[in-house]
Design a protein. Structure first.
Length: 256
């Protein structure tokens, strides 16, 4: 009988816990009242008789609420920090690594319909730290317990997310992004490369603090590999947990 390694067991457990937490978050978002970010109606406050209120509404048509004709947060610039916990085997088999990501995101709406908004974003990671065994073979198997940090940078220009209920305080979204990462030395295998493909698939929950700021917590599968452009390509699929703090670059009152 094949015996699973402790690393594999811990990775599987963290992946299952992350899925359960994300499903619970989506249920909370969908169950939240739809009017949590809606502005007060232009109708009377109840102090006038019903007849007067009806007459006023006919004589002076109420202007559409501002939030009904513009996105809640038009353009955002976010500061992010991410940390990986364990790994999964989807398109890669390297394990016993961890990653730290420090970067920024530029987020711009690209359309939407009904309770859905689509955003395009670009992610730049000027500080990408990969912590891996100091010595390992061509199959990415660790040969020592010593650790070494390898630094790099990444740019992911192809990002798109779908936001559910974008006018609520708590918003859920699914996203994917892709680009390239470059490190100061070969990573994952001595037969691999410094230049790697970096792809993320995940989900996130954004809490809107006010018209100018928001905080986001997310989870993604962070994939690193060289796309078989060199002798070895072990690849790495890691559980990435991250936190964003976003600033609105354009005040909602200025949006069209």
């Amino acid at each position: 009988m094949t015996k699973l390694s402790p690393v594999c067991c811990r990775s599987s457990s963290s992946f299952r816990l992350a899925l359960i937490a994300l499903l619970a978050g989506f249920v909370l978002v969908l169950a939240a009242p739809a009017s949590s970010l809606a502005q007060p109606s232009a109708a009377g406050d109840g102090s006038s008789p019903p007849e007067t209120a009806r007459a006023d509404s006919v004589a002076v048509p109420a202007a559409p609420a501002p939030h009904a004709r513009r996105p809640l947060r038009p353009i955002e610039l976010a500061i992010m920090f991410g940390q990986t916990v364990g790994s999964v085997r989807i398109y890669a088999f390297a394990q016993d690594r961890s990653e730290e990501l420090w970067g920024v995101k530029y987020i711009h709406p690209s359309g939407g319909f009904g309770p859905i908004r689509c955003d395009f974003f670009i992610q730049a990671i000027p500080v990408y730290r990969l912590i891996q065994p100091k010595y390992y073979d061509y199959q990415s198997v660790a040969l020592t317990t010593e650790r070494r940090s390898v630094f790099g940078a990444a740019i992911l220009p192809l990002g798109e997310r779908v936001v559910v209920n974008p006018r609520q305080r708590l918003q859920a979204s699914l996203y994917s992004s892709g680009g390239f990462a470059y490190f100061t030395r070969r990573i994952l295998s001595e037969g691999a490369t410094r230049l790697n493909i970096n792809v993320q698939f995940g989900t996130e929950f954004e809490f809107v603090i006010n018209d100018r700021r928001s905080v986001t917590f997310g989870y993604a599968i962070n994939h690193l590999s060289n796309g078989n452009i060199h002798y070895k390509n072990p690849g790495l699929d890691a559980n990435l947990f991250y936190l964003d703090y976003a600033f609105n670059l354009r005040h909602p009152a200025a949006a069209k």
